[in-house]
Design a protein around this ligand. Structure first.
Ligand SMILES: [Zn+2]
Ligand SMILES: [Zn+2]
Length: 218
């Protein structure tokens, strides 16, 4: 099972805090070991994040009396376990940022899938005059960098002026890719006997003396 599928499955489970009856939040384990010798040995856990929970409310006093420092406890449960554990927390916010969001995971998976499909089409998109995979990769800043570079390299061979508008409107985070794209756009404009109006940026014929879109004279 994919880790993300496992997260989604766990997030759908319902467990309740025996101290306050609140539904436990499903969290991803932080990459550090917390507490005295508690290794995680699990990727997710369930925790009561209710600030009114008796265990949490009373925990501050107990921890300060027992250990002499500011901390409290939250009820937590490891996957597949029946009995929960008491987890020490140093602040009210501890663990509140690691709640698993199944929708965000699904969205990420869908994005990844689209990216993989686009990568698979890189070898054939020029022959098929299919611009879509190139745009999918070039316009996705989180897509694989090498795949985006390959997509940038294929722009000129594909020679489709329809790429110009979306690429011009995209804010590239890496300058080398942006330069590659800009050079490709220049080559595509030349190959199609056209240029961009410096005033309104619409594409006009290379020989045009007046922009047919905004009336600017060259
Ligand atoms: Zn509780
Ligand atoms: Zn113009």
């Amino acid at each position: 099972m994919l880790a993300s599928d496992y997260y989604i499955k766990c997030a759908a489970e319902e467990h309740f805090c025996p101290h306050c009856n609140t539904k436990l939040s499903c969290c991803q384990c932080p990459p550090i070991h917390v507490g005295d010798g508690l290794g995680w040995g699990t990727e997710v856990f369930f925790i009561c994040l209710n600030d009114e929970c008796k265990l949490f409310v009373n925990g501050w006093k107990q921890c300060s009396e027992q250990y002499g420092h500011s901390a409290s406890c939250r009820y937590a449960l490891l996957p597949g376990e029946k009995d929960g554990i008491t987890m020490m927390v140093g602040s009210r916010e501890a663990f509140t940022g690691c709640e698993i969001d199944p929708d965000a995971i699904r969205e990420k998976n869908a994005r990844h899938q689209t990216e993989q499909e686009a990568v698979a089409k890189l070898d054939t998109c020029v022959a098929e005059k299919n611009l879509a995979p190139l745009l999918t990769l070039l316009l996705d800043e989180s897509a694989d960098r090498e795949a985006r570079n390959r997509a940038g390299d294929l722009l000129v061979a594909l020679n489709d002026p329809a790429c110009i508008d979306p690429l011009r409107n995209h804010a590239f985070r890496t300058t080398d890719l942006e330069q590659k794209v800009n050079m490709a756009i220049t080559a595509i404009l030349t190959a199609n006997f056209s240029k961009e109006c410096p005033k309104c940026t619409e594409i006009v014929k290379a020989q045009a003396k007046v922009c047919k879109h905004c009336g600017a004279e060259f």
